[in-house]
Design a protein around this ligand. Structure first.
Ligand code: NAD
Length: 302
C-alpha cells in the first residue's frame, strides 16, 4: 500500500467519524432539550459538571460524557482540570460548534478578568468560550461589578459568546445590571429538591435570567430519600434520574457530575421519563429553607 493511500484512508476515516458524530449530534438535538438564552445563544439543558474530577482523569471522564451524548461541559479555573477538558475536546472529532463549553472566573481575579479569561482559554486549548461566569460575588471584596464590566467587554469582543454569573443573590444581580445595563444570561446556583430557591428563581424568570442548578443531586445526598426512591420505582428509573428530570421540567439547566461511566450514562437517560402532578407535589415537599449544602454567597469570603 502506498503512503498516499494510507493518508487517504486516514482522511476517509476522519471524515466518516465526523459524519457519524454529526448524525449523532442531529439525533441528540431532537432528543435532548435546548434553552435559548437572553442573547439568542442556545445551550443544551442537560450538561456535565466536572467539579472534583481529578485533573489526571478529566480527559477520559469528559470523553465518556461526550460519547454518551452530553454536548455541554461545565468547568472552572479553580477546579484545576481545564487542561483535561481541553484534551477531551481536542481528542474528539466533533466540530467546535457542536460543543458548549463553560468555565468560570475565580474570586481572586475579579480585577484581572481579561488575563484570567485568556489563561483559561489557553488551558482549554480554545479560541472562544460559549459561556463565561463570575464564580462567586465575594461581596466583602466588592470587585464583582468591575469583573462584570470585563465580562461585558469579553462578550463584545466575541471571545465569550455568552456571559453570566454564579452564586449571585438578587441584590448582587441588581447591582451589576444597574452598573452596566447588561442582564446576565445565566445564574448558576445551588439548587436541588432539598433546596429549591423559589424566591431567586422567580426573580430570574421575571428578568430573563436562566437558572442553572449546581449540585443538582444534592452531591448525592438526596439519592437516599425514601420519597425519591419510591418515585424511581414507580417510573422504573433511579432517584438520580427522577431528580434530573425534575430540573429539566422546571426549565433549569442541570449539570450532574459523576466519574463512573454507568452513572454518566444513567444521568443522561432521562428523556423518556415524564413526571406527573402528584410526583411534582412530592418533590416540592422536600424543599427545606435550611437545605443549603454549600457556602452561603452572602457571607462566602474565600
Ligand atoms: P451533584 O449533585 O452533581 O452530585 C455529584 C455526586 O453524586 C457524585 O460525586 C456521585 O457521588 C453522585 N452521583 C452522581 N450521579 C449518580 C448516580 N446516577 N447514582 C448515584 N450517585 C450519583 O454534585 P456536584 O458535583 O457538586 O454538582 C454538579 C456540578 O455543578 C459540578 O460538577 C460543577 O460543575 C457545578 N458546581 C458549581 C458550583 C458553583 O459554585 N458554581 C458549586 C458546586 C458545583
Amino acid at each position: 500500500m502506498s503512503i498516499a493511500s494510507v493518508s487517504y484512508d486516514a482522511d476517509l476515516h476522519t471524515e466518516i467519524s465526523r459524519g457519524l458524530n454529526l448524525l449523532f449530534t442531529i439525533l441528540f438535538m431532537f432528543t435532548q432539550p435546548n434553552i435559548t438564552l437572553n442573547d439568542g445563544n442556545v445551550i443544551p439543558q442537560l450538561g456535565f459538571g466536572v467539579w472534583q474530577v481529578p485533573s489526571s482523569d478529566t480527559a477520559e471522564v469528559v470523553g465518556t460524557a461526550i460519547s454518551t451524548g452530553y454536548r455541554s461541559i461545565d468547568t472552572a479555573a479553580i477546579y484545576g482540570n481545564e487542561v483535561g477538558v481541553g484534551t477531551a475536546i481536542a481528542a474528539n472529532s466533533l466540530r467546535r460548534t457542536e460543543l458548549f463549553i463553560t468555565t468560570k472566573l475565580w474570586n481572586d481575579r475579579h480585577t484581572t478578568a481579561h488575563r484570567a479569561f485568556d489563561e483559561s482559554l489557553k488551558r482549554l486549548k480554545l479560541d472562544y468560550l460559549d459561556l463565561y461566569l463570575i464564580h462567586w460575588p465575594k461581596p466583602r471584596q466588592n470587585a464583582y461589578i468591575e469583573a462584570w464590566k470585563a465580562l461585558v467587554k469579553l462578550k463584545e469582543e466575541g471571545k465569550a459568546k455568552s456571559i453570566g454569573v454564579s452564586n449571585f443573590t438578587v441584590s448582587h444581580l441588581k447591582r451589576i445590571v444597574d452598573a452596566t445595563g447588561v442582564v446576565p444570561s445565566v445564574n448558576q446556583i445551588e439548587l436541588h429538591p432539598g433546596f429549591q430557591q423559589e424566591e431567586l428563581t422567580a426573580y430570574h424568570a421575571e428578568h430573563g435570567i436562566i437558572t442553572e442548578s449546581w449540585s443538582p443531586l444534592g452531591q448525592g445526598t438526596l439519592l437516599e430519600s425514601a420519597s425519591l426512591k419510591a418515585l424511581g420505582q414507580k417510573h422504573g428509573k433511579t432517584p438520580a434520574q427522577v431528580i434530573i428530570r425534575w430540573h429539566l421540567d422546571r426549565g433549569y439547566i442541570v449539570i450532574p457530575k459523576s466519574v463512573t461511566p454507568s452513572r454518566i450514562r444513567e444521568n443522561f437517560d432521562v428523556f423518556d421519563l415524564s413526571l406527573d402532578a402528584d410526583d411534582l407535589a412530592k418533590i416540592a415537599a422536600l424543599d427545606r429553607k435550611d437545605g443549603r449544602i454549600g457556602p452561603d454567597p452572602q457571607t462566602a469570603d474565600f
